[in-house]
Design a protein around this ligand. Structure first.
Ligand code: FES
Ligand SMILES: [Fe+2]
Length: 391
């Protein structure tokens, strides 16, 4: 039982402050009753070239590096000496918690001959380069060089791994790879990862798909009935969503069918049991809530047609999400990524000059408009389309 769309629809929220939980429930119930959903003012045509062009890809990496991007959960580097190393926007980064609990983001590149000093995640009293054994303190300062007599010009006391900007906010570690001037605000993320959830580890895989195609799979509910027939559709509404944007980011809310039953709409955890929030943190991170879990998905671009998908999970320790729901989320995501692979495969067939995003897909339009603005490439839309403006 999908919900046929009506012409009378409530517009997409454009204020910086996200709707309260109670108002979210009220608005979604209104949509269900009226058979409406949030609509963008116009449609959007994204050129197929943008998913295939190497020069465009390099420019996008520069945008990622110039943005404060969630790197990992704070809980993944909670203990003194814990570290997590991975590439971010194609460059090696390691995040380390020092003995005083302070967090450091460092370029994972040894000052000797440039080897990576850390690999994966773990705990260590210091970072020791595996090549020749240069030892770095947890804050990145060089501590010891084996047989230092070989480096008479080296000022050990003033040598350190290159430092990046890092900060923690609402349970997430953010890393900014270029100098940051204005601290970004992420008040909207308060209460997403609460103390009710415990960090439960990470997983990763690679997809032969441009990173933006994967971002797009998370940002609309127009495909619930068709793609997720046996996974999400039995428990969620098709094409009933709230779409809100805050700064360069957005939040798309997907109601479960049990949202129509009576419950305490002032209780955030009760609300959490009735809907999914998808926070798109520009450019390449998603924070997704389910009744018993929160998932952070990082779409790390490897090449124009390849993406590493890193997934960090928090679970409710009471076991609320350790049963069927776990398989459901993984299966639903697999359905999204399978169709994304077909999209990438078809891009260079020449069949389409543009991908066509409709009024239900407003969060994707916001993503492309924001990315265009960051790239300084705001484009006129094709004549047959109404430009994707916001009210
Ligand atoms: S490259 Fe790190 S110690 Fe030589
Ligand atoms: Fe999906």
């Amino acid at each position: 039982m999908g919900v046929p769309r009506s012409e009378a629809a409530v517009g997409i929220t454009t204020t910086r402050t996200l709707t309260s939980s109670e108002a979210v429930v009220e608005r979604l119930r209104g949509h269900i009753r009226r058979r409406t959903t949030d609509l963008a003012d116009g449609v959007w045509h994204e050129p197929v070239d943008h998913y295939l062009d190497g020069a465009r890809f390099e420019s996008e990496l520069q945008v990622l590096r110039a943005t404060a991007v969630p790197f990992c959960p704070s809980a993944a580097v909670a203990e003194p000496g814990s570290f997590l190393a991975r590439d971010a926007a194609g460059l090696p980064v390691v995040v380390v918690r020092d003995r005083d609990g302070e967090l450091h983001a460092l370029r994972n590149v040894c000052r000797h001959r440039g080897a990576a000093v850390a690999c994966g995640a773990g705990r260590a009293p210091a970072l020791v380069c595996p090549y020749h054994g240069w030892v770095y303190r947890l804050d990145g300062r060089l501590r010891r060089v084996p047989d230092a007599i070989g480096f008479p010009d080296l000022d050990v006391a003033n040598t350190r791994l290159a430092a990046l900007d890092a900060f923690e906010c609402h349970g997430l570690v953010f890393v900014h790879q270029r100098e940051r001037t204005v601290p970004p605000e992420f008040d909207e993320l308060a209460g997403v990862v609460t103390d009710d959830f415990a960090y439960a580890g990470s997983a990763e895989n690679e997809q032969p798909v441009n990173w933006k195609v994967l971002v797009e799979t998370f940002l609309e509910g127009y495909h619930i009935r068709h793609l997720h027939q046996t996974t999400f559709f039995p428990i969620q509404y098709d094409n009933v969503n709230l779409v809100e944007r805050f700064g360069p980011n957005s939040r798309v809310t997907f109601p479960f069918r049990n949202i129509e039953r009576d419950f305490d709409t002032a209780d955030p955890m009760a609300v959490r049991g009735r809907l999914t929030f998808v926070y798109h943190l520009f450019p390449n991170v998603l924070l997704v809530t389910f009744p018993g879990r929160v998932v952070m998905v990082v779409l790390e671009p490897l090449s124009v047609e390849r993406t590493r998908v890193l997934t960090y999970r928090w679970l409710r320790p009471d076991g609320a999400d350790r049963s069927a729901a776990v398989g459901l989320v993984d299966q639903g995501t697999a359905e999204d990524f399978a169709v994304a692979r077909t999209i990438q495969h078809g891009l260079d067939s020449g069949a389409n000059r543009h991908l066509h995003f409709g009024r239900f897909e407003g969060a994707i339009i916001h993503f492309h408009q924001t990315l265009d603005a960051a790239l300084g490439t705001r484009r006129p839309q094709p004549a047959e389309s109404e430009y994707g403006r916001w009210t």
